[in-house]
Design a binder for this molecule. Structure first.
Ligand code: COI
Length: 359
C-alpha cells in the first residue's frame, strides 16, 4: 500500500555539533522523527518532522499501566554511500508480536518499513561510517488514551527516533547470576519487547552494579537453575566446538542478532545447541577449562564479551584473549550490515530499492 507521509524538515540541523568519533549510546538524536496515530480503528497522520518534545496528558495510559513496546534496529552506510537497513522485516514482525502480547494494534509491516526508509533517507548524513557504529533506530508504540481505569487503550502513538551510536559496551562486561529476582516467568511477557521488562530489571541491575558487575544474568523463575538472558542481550557460551544458547521458551527475547549468530555459526560448521543451559553445567565447563568464551548478543551491543560471571560468591573468570570466535562473528555481522561482506541471507535492505544492484 502507498502511505502519504507529510514532511517538515528542520531549518536548524544539529549534525555539525556531533563528534562522530565519540558518541555515547542513547544521548545523541538525529534531526527528525516519524509519528503516526492509531485512532481505535486504523493508523493515520503519518508525519516526519523535526524531533521535539510532544505534549501529553498526565493520564496518558502508557505511563500508568505500561502499555508500551519498542524495537531496536540499525541502519548503516556502505563505503560508497548506500544507506542500508539490517533485518528490517524481522524487526517489524517482532514489533507486531510484542504488540499482540501487550494488547496493542499491529502496524502494517509495509508502513513500519516505509516510515523507517523515509526517515533514514532524510537523516542519512547522520549514519556513522566508523566500523562499530551505526544509526540506531528506535521504533516505539505507546498507549495514549487519557484514562485512569485499567483497560487497554483505544488510541496509540507510533514513533521512530534515530540516534547515531557507537558500541553499547566499549569493554568486556562482568555478569552476576541473579538468584533472587526474576525477569520473566512462563506465560509472562518475557518474549515481548515491552517497556516494563526493562523497568523491572533496573533495581536488580543497580544491586549488581553496586557489587561491581555490569549486568544481571537472569535465571528461570521456577528453579533459578537455567540461564535465560542478560540485561540487554541474549547469551552464548562457547565450549570447544559446541556453542550453547538458551532455547526460545517464551521467557527470553527472540533476538534478531541471536538468530543471525546462530545462522553464521552453523555455516562455519559449529554445532549450536539451543536448549536449557544450566549454570551448574557452565560452572563445571569453566572448572574443566572447557568454557572458552561467553558473549552477549543484541542489536545495540552487537556482541559483548564477558570477562567474568559471579556465581554463588565465586567469580568465573574468562580470558578475553581466547575470545576469537566472538570477534570473528562481530566482524561478520558488522561487515554484512555495511555491505562489505556479501549478504547471502537477504538481511540487508537498501533504503532506495534501485541501489540493490549497486551492492
Ligand atoms: C537493543 O539491543 O536494541 C535493545 O533494545 C537493548 C537495549 C538498548 C534496551
Amino acid at each position: 500500500m502507498e502511505y502519504k507521509i507529510s514532511k517538515t524538515l528542520t531549518k536548524d540541523s544539529k549534525l555539525s555539533s556531533v563528534d562522530f568519533n565519540n558518541i555515547p549510546f542513547g544521548k545523541v538524536f538525529a534531526d527528525h522523527i516519524f509519528i503516526a496515530d492509531y485512532d481505535g480503528k486504523e493508523w493515520n497522520n503519518f508525519e516526519i518532522s523535526p524531533l521535539s518534545r510532544i505534549p501529553l496528558h498526565p493520564a496518558t495510559m502508557a505511563w500508568h499501566y505500561g502499555q508500551a513496546i519498542f524495537e531496536g534496529m540499525k541502519a548503516s552506510i556502505t563505503d560508497n554511500g548506500i544507506p542500508l537497513l539490517f533485518r528490517a522485516m524481522d524487526h517489524a514482525n517482532r514489533f507486531n508480536a510484542s504488540a499482540t502480547r501487550m494488547c496493542m494494534p499491529e502496524i502494517p509491516v509495509d508502513l513500519f518499513v516505509e516510515s523507517i526508509k523515509q526517515l533514514v533517507n532524510i537523516d542519512k548524513n547522520w549514519i556513522p561510517t566508523q566500523e562499530e557504529s551505526a544509526l540506531y533506530l528506535r521504533p516505539v508504540m505507546m498507549a495514549v488514551d487519557e484514562f485512569v481505569g485499567v483497560r487497554s487503550s483505544d488510541t496509540f502513538k507510533f514513533m521512530v527516533m534515530t540516534l547515531p551510536s557507537g558500541p553499547y559496551y566499549n569493554k568486556p562486561i562482568g555478569l552476576l547470576v541473579e538468584e533472587h529476582f526474576v525477569r520473566a516467568a512462563d506465560g509472562g511477557v518475557g518474549e515481548a519487547k515491552a517497556a516494563g521488562n526493562y523497568g523491572a530489571s533496573l533495581y536488580p541491575t543497580k544491586l549488581a552494579k553496586e557489587k561491581g558487575y555490569d549486568q544481571v544474568m537472569w535465571m528461570d523463575a521456577k528453579e533459578f537453575k537455567y540461564v535465560q538472558e542478560v540485561g540487554t542481550m541474549n547469551i552464548f557460551f562457547v565450549l570447544d566446538n559446541v556453542v550453547l544458547t538458551p532455547n526460545l521458551s517464551g521467557t527470553i527475547l527472540r533476538g534478531i542478532t541471536r538468530d543471525s549468530i546462530i545462522t553464521l555459526l552453523k555455516e562455519k560448521g559449529y554445532t549450536v545447541e539451543e536448549r536449557p543451559v544450566s549454570m551448574e553445567e557452565i560452572a563445571k565447563a569453566h572448572a574443566n577449562g572447557k568454557l572458552l568464551e561467553v558473549f552477549g548478543a543484541g542489536t545495540a551491543a552487537v556482541i559483548a564479551n564477558v570477562d567474568r560471571i559471579g556465581y554463588k560468591n565465586v567469580d568465573l573468570k574468562l580470558d578475553i584473549d581466547k575470545a576469537v570466535l566472538s570477534k570473528e562473528l562481530k566482524r561478520d555481522i558488522n561487515g554484512i550490515r555495511k555491505g562489505r561482506i556479501p549478504d547471502t541471507h537477504n538481511w540487508i535492505m537498501p533504503v532506495y530499492e534501485e541501489e540493490l544492484a549497486l551492492l
